[in-house]
Design a binder for this molecule. Structure first.
Ligand code: FES
Length: 132
């Protein structure tokens, strides 16, 4: 499924695919209203804007790690992890080299991004949290 606006200039287009659902959303960089879900233009902020479920028990305050994601594509266009995020990532299940927190990882430039929600987080979805 794709949510896209065909009028977006290619040099400003951000395309984010959330796995395993395979939902792809598209928007023009810098145009999404900040929804106060983690940092502005974070994957959590984007997911919330488009109704993609990404758990965020602490509300995006870098205090829980339930927004853990694996970055599959587009790492070069993302903000660097700060010390708070790195400390939090040390304690996540299934930590990998491409692990980031969805609420802290900010999309900084146009391009294609693919992120995967780890299995333990997907399980939360299957147990009845809102999958929109
Ligand atoms: S939502 Fe809690 S650390 Fe990201």
């Amino acid at each position: 499924m794709s949510d896209s606006a065909s009028s977006i200039p290619q040099d400003k287009l951000v395309r984010v695919t959330f796995l395993p659902e395979g939902r792809t959303v598209e928007f023009e960089l810098g145009t999404l209203p900040y929804g106060h879900h983690g940092k502005a233009m974070s994957f959590l902020d984007v997911a919330e804007h488009f109704g993609v479920f990404l758990d965020h028990a602490c509300g995006g305050a870098c205090a829980c790690s339930t927004c853990h994601l694996w970055i599959k594509e587009g790492a070069d266009g993302l903000s660097e992890a700060d010390d708070d995020e790195l400390d939090r990532l040390d304690n996540v299940a299934d930590q990998q080299l491409n692990s980031r927190l969805g609420c802290q990882t900010v999309i900084t430039r146009p391009g294609n991004y693919v992120v995967e929600i780890p299995k333990w987080n997907r399980n939360i979805v299957s147990e009845g949290k809102p999958l929109q």
